[in-house]
Design a protein. Structure first.
Length: 176
């Protein structure tokens, strides 16, 4: 579907739509375990967002490139992408949440599990409604749950996943 949308946006010469479709293809490819394909789509998306000077898109695609690097076990490359994201002011909740989740993943790679938990808390607080998330957040949480994070991060991940699945209406403070 995203491939069809991308082709349509190209035909219509609508770069924002094409860049968005490339971004979705990057996320789907990463979640499907295809980091090379994800990187190609993220780079294509980044090229378009850079041409449009769209800060939201620039941050979101850099975050995807950082996630690809983390998936490959390359935390230094991920750190470089995250540093580049810091240079761009974020207003919207979605890229803030994705940035904090990616920082949590980096902290996991570095063995900084308390920092990872703090980043998870910041990610969850990005939206005023704790049940609201960015488009890639549920898939990232699912990935994190399978990675076997130690306390306190694993508790945060499990509680957030339960909240999103409708299993609870709020998370007790004792679980945070």
């Amino acid at each position: 579907m995203a491939l069809i949308a991308r082709a349509s946006f190209r035909d219509l010469a609508y770069p924002r739509g094409e860049a968005g479709a490339e971004r979705l293809l990057a996320m789907a490819s990463l979640d499907a375990g295809e980091p090379d394909v994800a990187e190609a789509h993220a780079r294509a998306s980044a090229t378009i967002f850079d041409r449009m000077a769209d800060p939201w898109g620039q941050v979101e695609t850099r975050l995807l490139l950082a996630q690809v690097a983390l998936d490959r076990g390359q935390p230094d490359a991920a750190r470089g992408h995250l540093i580049a994201c810091e240079a761009i002011a974020l207003v919207e909740a979605e890229p803030k949440q994705h940035r904090h989740l990616t920082l949590a993943w980096l902290a996991y790679h570095d063995g900084r599990f308390v920092d990872a938990a703090k980043e998870l808390d910041s990610a969850r607080a990005a939206f005023k409604d704790p049940g609201r998330t960015g488009d890639h957040t549920p898939m990232l949480l699912e990935r994190f749950a399978k990675m076997g994070w130690p306390r306190p991060a694993n508790i945060r991940i499990a509680a957030w996943k339960r909240l999103l699945s409708g299993g609870i209406s709020s998370v007790p403070v004792s679980e945070l």
